[in-house]
Design a protein around this ligand. Structure first.
Ligand code: FAD
Ligand code: NDP
Length: 655
């Protein structure tokens, strides 16, 4: 490791302190490692227990209105563009397909399991939900729609309504089939089209299920990654006699209130248990705490909680200092991103000034261009790299821990709420009300020392020998994710995808590991595109990423179509050589991410499973993200576009 910014011998650094903190981090991580890793959870959808399975049902779909709509799809028809998922990823693809001239709205069909637009923001409606990155950067297409978010961190309902706004502006509403699962996407070698098999689940409950088959020229997989609510396999959980629900399916019938009116009067005489203390819980718990008679918070690992500093948008100020010129939203995203990738220029202003921009060591996860002379040839140089991240991170995490002392009066409780892992192991959380809540007499922290409740009973939850009787259990236990590095784009979304000669996308990944051009298309699967961070870049602000993936992919399609002319169709396929060349660029830099391996278990590091055999290690390296950060990646794919040759793509023209 040779660049100045990655040296460990910075003056004034207390290396003994760093060592002792790292030792504590390692002990805490070790305490949480489990052989069953991700298998400790089960998805609500796949639960055998009917009670748990029922918790997965869509509480929000307006079946009467949806049943009255004419169906947007006709069986066997060929659609030019087919999009799996109608969250921001799917919407942005459709918008850019239209804006690039590759498609009209009429050419596009979207399908979503949900009963409306918004993806994450459709399903998650729990009280306290806001975006955790500034709304001026997070809500996409603000310039194009003219919308101004009401707050620095917009509430969930406003973000969902923005998704609806985008769908309406680009006439996508009557092109979208809701309440439908895409089951498989299969390439037909003779017609050279995709066949999509899907299941429409009309409501209310008990209504017949309808199978559909449609065909399409271009398919875009935008089915998200945080879509399958999961619960830990806590023995006896389903036997709990009171109401229980997952935060991704909030039950306002039980709590009272609604997404817009979060007066949870139904909790006033209730003892409520919350399992989980990560990003979702940090938003929901203070709202529950306002109303519940007693609140029991079952903590396995403390979140790291930074200040929120919420503000209402002042229109004049917004116009004067945020939306200052065309292209401001992208400029703002890039300005913010340069802090996350520890690559600001001297004198660069910090436009957003939030709790992301003061933690440069998050670049251990996001990548950084500060590695021109990265030397990963020896364990010693890797160790120096990792040590440097810890040096960079310590002031931030010390501030986070001392903030706990500032807000929580009881020192024992404060100690239990302190996070002992580096910043890059989890997504940061932001709240001004979470920590002070523990000073309230009706709020009880049940710290399980890294283990979670040992079992549930009819009456409540048990930790060790102690039973905690409660009336309601709220499951804030996250989502099942495929292995983010080694999982195929099909396994990430739980859809079966078969390409040329019936070859399965999962099988390709199992055999050789990730193999893509720029992260978004793969050989053997023509005219199929997907979003994601593997072999591409991770941005912190997810809609920024979804926006430029959509732009990049629709550039490829529109350019290929332009070459085909109006009376031919273009089949786009990346060559094996081109995807291996891109993969080699990713692999070469993958050791940069070595600091993640030592993280406390969680979905960022596949619950701590470290590949031991060389073949699995190699696959993990192939699936890494672009280690030089987002701006470097955008330059890399931007230069490729500039060449104007669609280098590495084979375009076959068909009548
Ligand atoms: P999603 O929004 O997940 O949409 C995917 C859609 O695909 C879903 O509606 C799903 O129903 C559908 N789908 C899945 N499988 C199928 C199938 N087989 N057939 C048909 N439809 C299917 N990111 C940030 O950057 N900032 C934030 O503040 C932020 N907050 C978040 C808060 C919560 C509670 C969660 C869970 C995530 C948050 N994220 C945040 C991440 C968020 O998921 C992304 O920002 C973004 O919304 C993802 O958009 P998407 O379209 O890729 O996926
Ligand atoms: P996570 O997977 O991040 O967290 C799940 C929580 O459940 C963790 O605290 C976990 O503890 C806990 N848990 C799991 N099993 C048990 C158990 N057996 N006993 C006790 N606790 C248990 O899910 P979230 O829904 O919180 O967040 C998912 C992602 O969604 C975030 O990372 C973020 O990207 C996004 N998000 C963003 C938000 C925003 O503010 N805009 C809000 C919500 C989510 P442990 O850490 O020990 O595994």
């Amino acid at each position: 490791m040779a660049t100045a910014s990655l040296q460990t011998a910075a003056p004034g650094v207390d290396l003994e302190k760093i060592e002792s903190v790292r030792k504590k981090y390692a002990e805490e991580a070790q305490k949480r490692l489990r052989p069953d890793a991700g298998a400790q959870f089960l998805t609500l959808k796949d639960a055998n227990d009917p009670r748990l399975q029922a918790l997965n049902e869509d509480p929000w779909a307006n079946h009467v209105a949806l049943n009255a709509r004419p169906s947007p799809i006709q069986d066997s028809k060929v659609y030019p563009f087919f999009v799996v998922g109608a969250g921001f990823g799917g919407l942005l693809f459709a918008v850019h397909a239209i804006r690039s001239g590759a498609a009209t709205a009429e050419d596009i069909r979207l399908v979503d399991a949900a009963g409306g637009f918004g993806g994450t923001w459709y399903w998650n409606r729990y009280p306290g939900l806001h975006c955790d990155v500034e709304s001026y950067m997070y809500l996409p297409l603000l310039e194009e729609t003219g919308y101004v978010p009401t707050k620095k961190y917009a509430p969930g309902w406003e973000i969902r309504e923005h998704a609806e706004r985008i769908a309406d502006k680009w006439q996508l509403r009557d092109k979208t089939l809701f309440r439908s699962d895409v089951d498989s996407v299969t390439w037909d070698d003779s017609s050279e089209l995709w066949t999509i098999s899907l299941t429409e689940r009309r409501g209310p409950r008990g209504s017949p299920v309808i199978s559909h088959y449609v065909r399409a020229q271009y398919v875009y997989l935008a089915a998200g990654i945080l879509t399958r609510p999961q619960v830990p396999r806590i023995p006896g959980l389903a036997s709990f006699a009171g109401p229980m629900f997952h935060t991704a399916r909030w039950d306002y019938d039980i709590t009272g209130g609604s997404q817009k009116d979060q007066l949870l009067s139904g909790l006033r005489d209730k003892r409520v248990a919350v399992i989980g203390t990560a990003a979702t819980a940090i938003g929901a718990i203070p709202e529950i705490g306002k109303y519940a008679k007693e609140l029991f918070i079952f903590q396995r690992t403390p979140a790291y909680v930074k200040p929120r500093n919420q503000e209402d948008t002042k229109l004049e100020e917004f116009k004067a200092s945020v939306a200052t010129k065309p292209g401001w939203q992208f400029d703002r995203q890039i300005n913010w991103n340069s802090f996350l990738t520890n690559s600001t220029s001297p004198g660069q202003p910090n436009l957003v000034r939030d709790g992301w921009t003061d933690q440069p060591a998050y670049s251990a996860m996001m990548g950084s261009p500060n590695q021109a002379e990265l030397d990963t040839s020896s364990p010693e140089s890797i160790e120096r790299l990792v040590t440097n991240f810890h040096i960079l991170d310590l002031p931030n995490m010390e501030a986070v821990r001392s903030r706990v002392d500032q807000h929580v009066k009881d020192p024992k409780t404060a100690e239990k709420l302190k996070p002992w892992y580096p910043s890059w192991c989890k997504r940061p959380t932001f709240s001004d009300t979470y920590l002070p809540l523990f000073n309230e007499p009706h709020v009880h922290l049940i710290d399980t020392d890294g283990k979670g409740p040992s079992r549930a009973t009819e009456r409540g939850l048990v930790v060790g020998d102690q039973e905690y009787p409660v009336d309601i259990i709220v499951l804030s236990t996250g989502f099942q994710l495929a292995n983010l590095r080694a999982g195929s784009p099909a396994s990430r979304i739980g859809v079966k995808v078969h390409g040329r000669n019936g070859y399965s996308l999962d099988k390709k990944w199992d055999t050789i590991g990730a193999a893509t051009l720029h992260g978004y298309l793969t050989n053997g699967f023509p005219n199929l595109f997907f979003s994601g961070t593997s072999q591409a870049t991770i941005t912190g602000n997810n809609t920024m990423m979804l926006n430029f993936v959509a732009q990049h992919v629709t550039y490829m399609i529109s350019e290929a179509k332009r070459r085909a002319g109006s009376n031919k169709r273009a089949i786009i396929e990346v060559t094996r050589e081109a995807e291996e060349a891109h993969t080699a660029e990713v692999v070469k830099r993958a050791p940069y991410f070595s600091a993640i391996a030592g993280c406390t278990p969680g979905y960022f590091n596949g619950y701590g499973v470290v590949a031991a055999d060389p073949a699995t290690k190699q696959k993990a390296a192939r699936g890494a993200t672009w280690s030089e950060g987002t701006r470097s990646f955008l330059k890399y794919i931007g230069d490729w576009r500039e060449e104007g040759e669609l280098r590495g793509l084979e375009i076959t023209l068909r009548p």
